[in-house]
Ligand binder design. Structure first.
Ligand SMILES: C[S@@+](CC[C@H](N)C(=O)[O-])C[C@H]1O[C@@H](n2cnc3c(N)ncnc32)[C@H](O)[C@@H]1O
Length: 272
């Protein structure tokens, strides 16, 4: 396992944020999985599965004869994922602790997979190409990969544009890169697929506008309420700018303006 700390942390606040994020994006995820021909009986790999929210949705689709394996570097998230599966009586899912940059160490002895999913993990790892190489090795020829990740993170904007938000987005990007990630990793994925025997089948973008009172507003709102205080602790954002951001979010919540969420890119590929 990696001794690097996941930049967003693995505490209860991040656990709750990931659950909410999964609910808000599950319709997009399910449609992508269907386009990637995920179906009953298949063997699926959830790369960087976190607490297993998407893994268990995938387990529903492949059940009862399929299998889902999740890999995540956070032992706490892996424990949460396995406990949630047990509580729901899901026996065909298993989360394993490990660095996805060394996937072969964790799934190399498994039978080849029909499907792999990587959502919001490639953007956090120092070597996303190693992850893609490991996924390609784990898939059978004809097996599919679906990725949801960022491509142009700093497109995230408040309307009207607000100083506090611009500062927080720039600080996020800096903190993320300092931890070894790349918030625009999507730009590098097509070349990585090609280098590792994956044929790119489809790319599309999911852009979302969040207005106060709409469900999608909870996504950027919980993001900033969880992460902006961490940016202050890391010395990337001034306390006063964080307070200004919270007050600007309240304005949107009251109906003043809206927030352009960071566009989520979807890549579907097939193992040659
Ligand atoms: C934003 S969360 C996404 C979790 C999950 N894919 C989802 O969509 O709900 C990012 C996850 O990547 C994991 N992660 C980051 N770097 C990793 C690495 N090198 N190896 C394994 N997992 C990693 C973190 O522990 C965290 O669970």
């Amino acid at each position: 396992m990696s001794d690097r700390e996941y930049v967003l942390g693995t505490g209860q606040d991040e656990l709750a944020r990931l659950a909410l994020q999964n609910r808000l994006w599950s319709d997009v995820a399910v449609k992508a999985w269907r386009r990637a021909k995920l179906q009953m009986g298949q063997r699926a790999l959830d790369v960087g599965c976190g607490p297993g929210y998407a893994s268990l949705d995938i387990a529903n689709i492949v059940s009862p004869s399929g299998v889902v394996v999740g890999v995540d570097e956070s032992q706490a998230f892996v424990n949460d994922a396995n406990a949630m599966a047990r509580a729901r009586g899901v026996e065909h899912f298993q989360a394993r602790a490990g660095d996805v940059q060394r996937l072969t160490d964790h799934v190399g002895d498994d039978e080849p997979f029909d499907f792999a999913y990587a959502r919001w993990v490639l953007c956090f790892v120092p070597d996303p190409e190693a992850v893609i190489a490991g996924i390609a090795a784990a898939l059978r020829p004809g097996g599919r990969l679906a990725v949801h990740d960022y491509f142009n993170y700093e497109a995230m904007t408040m309307a009207p544009r607000r100083r506090s938000h611009d500062l927080a987005v720039a600080a996020t990007s800096r903190a993320w890169r300092a931890a070894g990630g790349d918030p625009d990793v999507g730009q590098r994925l097509p070349a990585m697929f090609e280098a590792h025997g994956l044929r790119l089948d489809d790319v599309r973008v999911h852009a979302r506008v969040a207005r106060g009172g709409e469900s999608m507003f909870a996504w950027p709102n919980t993001w900033w309420r969880t992460f902006a205080p961490k940016l202050v602790e890391k010395g990337e954002l001034e306390r006063a700018d964080c307070d200004e951001l919270m007050s600007d979010l309240e304005k949107i919540e009251r109906g003043e303006g809206f927030l352009q969420c960071p566009p989520v890119y979807e890549f579907l590929a097939t193992r040659r």
